[in-house]
Design a protein around this ligand. Structure first.
Ligand SMILES: NC(=O)c1ccc[n+]([C@@H]2O[C@H](COP(=O)([O-])OP(=O)(O)OC[C@H]3O[C@@H](n4cnc5c(N)ncnc54)[C@H](O)[C@@H]3O)[C@@H](O)[C@H]2O)c1
Length: 360
């Protein structure tokens, strides 16, 4: 077992502390090398603003695969080795949800900046503790809401923010595919953070109430299909369909505004299509007369950048450490997302009742 951290490119802690001009690459360790963690390593490895100096996983096999690919990166099976190393400034955590809190707390307590995959923690009580700890230690705490860095998602935020769509009446979204059933969480905790973070980012607000129905079709105690309704202070309503049980992969969102409508299909070559369509209700000329006018105008597919969201996300993590600026995917948003999922669970426990979210 490789329990002590082998440091091929060791830089003394004092040197790191002394050399902190904004351009110094952030010395990072990645914890968790299952399905997702290697993507973090790959993207960080390619960034000039980052220096992946160590990786950590409980499984020797995962470490071996990483070492073959990146021989200069130190490996360990123990997070303690990472936390003891004062030259490591930041930790990126991609482990199962139940371990996010203990690992992130230990890293913050050791004075490391923390990126932790979505969702931020397994409960709002845990997430609140992490937020408070990061604030008191003046450290960056960033949840991994990757879709906030997706160019189509960002394009739609601009369209909404510029008022081009008018008032946002409603948003309907489907995130379904076959698998992967997660061992420790429901589909709401696994896929829900994507849509809940996107809605929060687009609408710049958290919902005030949530209701949900679900079914555990394959494992009776693990909901693998869920229909979630959300209501926002701005009066926008949203419907989110989440499922690990579907014949084909669907990532499709419809946004209906008073001026224009948008279809966002993350699997398409034209991911954002803006429809100049709507319905006009002219002032009635006589009592009881309502003649609606339907408008179907141009369909425009705006240019959308091709950057890899995960690379932009890792850049934001590094630059927020160096610049002391809040990352786009910030801790308060991560906490709101956890509160939404908890509200979903409360609604399910009350047979789909509408549940008000606790104040942020
Ligand atoms: N942002 C995204 O789009 C996205 C996509 C997939 C997964 N994720 C998130 O990434 C995280 C990991 O998901 P996954 O599918 O890769 O899980 P996984 O089960 O495939 O991998 C988890 C890895 O963590 C390791 N691990 C567990 N406890 C550890 C500990 N205490 N110390 C060190 N290593 C430990 C395991 O050995 C395993 O290799 C989850 O939070 C998930 O929500 C995010």
């Amino acid at each position: 077992m490789s329990s002590t951290l082998n440091q091929p490119s060791e830089l003394a802690a004092e040197q790191v502390a002394a050399a902190h001009p904004d351009s110094t690459p952030v010395r990072i360790a990645v914890v968790g090398l299952g399905y997702w963690g290697p993507n973090l390593v790959r993207n960080l490895h390619e960034l000039p603003s980052a220096d992946v100096v160590a990786v950590c996983d409980l499984e020797e096999d995962a470490l071996g695969a990483m070492q073959r690919r990146y021989p200069a990166i130190a490996t360990t099976t123990s997070i303690d080795d990472v936390l003891r190393d004062e030259s490591i400034e930041a930790v990126a955590i991609a482990t199962p949800v139940s371990s996010h809190f203990p690992l992130a707390r230990a890293a913050l307590e050791a004075g490391k900046h923390v990126f932790v995959e979505k969702p931020l923690a397994a409960s709002s009580a845990e997430a609140e503790q992490l937020v408070e700890l990061a604030e008191s230690q003046k450290l960056v705490l960033m949840p991994g809401h990757t879709f906030l860095y997706s160019p189509p998602v960002d394009t739609i935020r601009r369209l909404i923010g510029d008022g081009e769509l008018g008032e946002i009446f409603f948003i309907s979204t489907s995130r379904v595919n076959l698998g992967l059933h997660q061992p420790d969480v429901s589909v709401a905790w696994d896929l829900g953070p994507h849509d809940f973070s996107i809605l929060h980012y687009w609408l710049r607000e958290a919902p005030h109430s949530v209701s949900a129905v679900s079914r555990g079709c394959i494992l009776p105690d693990t909901p693998d299909v869920m229909f979630v309704n959300l209501e926002f202070p701005s009066q926008t309503i949203a419907h989110v369909e989440l499922s690990w049980l579907a014949p084909s992969k669907l990532r499709r969102t419809t946004i209906v505004g008073s001026e224009k409508m948008v279809v966002y299909d993350d699997t398409s070559n034209e991911p954002v299509r803006v429809f100049d369509s709507g319905v006009v209700l002219p002032d009635p000329e006589s009592f009881g007369e309502y003649r609606l006018t339907y408008r179907t105008g141009d369909i425009v597919s705006p240019h959308v950048g091709a950057a890899e969201p995960l690379s932009l996300e890792m850049q934001d993590f590094c630059s927020s450490i160096r610049s002391d600026q809040r990352p786009r995917s910030h801790a308060a948003l991560g906490l709101d997302v956890v509160r939404i999922i908890e509200a979903v669970d409360r609604s399910l426990a009350q047979d789909g009742a509408k549940v008000r979210l606790s104040a942020a």
